[in-house]
Design a protein. Sequence first.
Length: 308
Amino acid sequence: MNQTSPPRVLIVGARSVRQGTGPFLAAGLAAAGADICGIVGTSDRSVQDALSGLAGEWNIKTRGFTDLATALEVLEPDAVTLCSPWRFHAEQLSVVAAAGCHCLVEKPMAWPARQADAEQLIAAYEQRGLLLQMVAQWPTTLAAFEALHGQLPGDISHFGMRLSPISIGQEMITDSAPHFISMLQALAGTGDCENCAMEVEQATGKLALSCQYRHALGTVNARLLLETCEQRPRPAWYEINGLRADRVVSLPDYRQSLASAAARVDFADPLHQVAAAFLAALAQGSSTDGATLRSAHRNLLQLAAVWR
């Protein structure tokens, strides 16, 4: 990548039809100095809708394609951001790596995929000296949590999280568990989800996942609560050793905060923080953290295995 010019980034999936983050990551990347050189969508109509949205909402004017390989050949971007539905990630990750591009991929990285398949995808980036990162916005709120409650506990014994995916059934796990895993990794490092269990409230579809997260220094008793919610902003909170922080979203500007019973702390847009961190890692020549990516996929397999 030419360090004297802005990094050229191609966005795959630049609309936000359901839970999509494409336009928000595109805006974050542009704000952090990237050149959004193009987008890829599934049809001419979806591409035009995405282009109109980016231009109208974020003043991002770019080119549109309906084929990833063509866009890579024509644009020769430095990096690709994959915000497409997770079912397409594995194939797209392979194509991006083969083109010699760095990649920021929405979670889950590749699903459904065996551990061996996920490791092969990660290795493709490592072997080419390319940076592969997975979007993880919730850990960016930990600074606000510290401001709210004081220093993070040195010994974390319990972690709980409530999320409100738009999906139902097993896909609630696929959509939400990567957030939960990213927080456990941020708090305790890589580990394994052991003694996983699931409870489902049949009348409401509410789902609770629990596990013991075993890491190098001990174990965290962890629990993820999921309840489908159609409308944004969706309820969400987390607690560490019983200290709870609720996410508060103020409309219409979507300003975000963490709140306790006694205080409230604002924080910068997490997706913009993720985008800026990715570009900073590119500029520094950072390598792929394969250990964390491999562990995250293994954790998702461990949690998803409880579904019956």
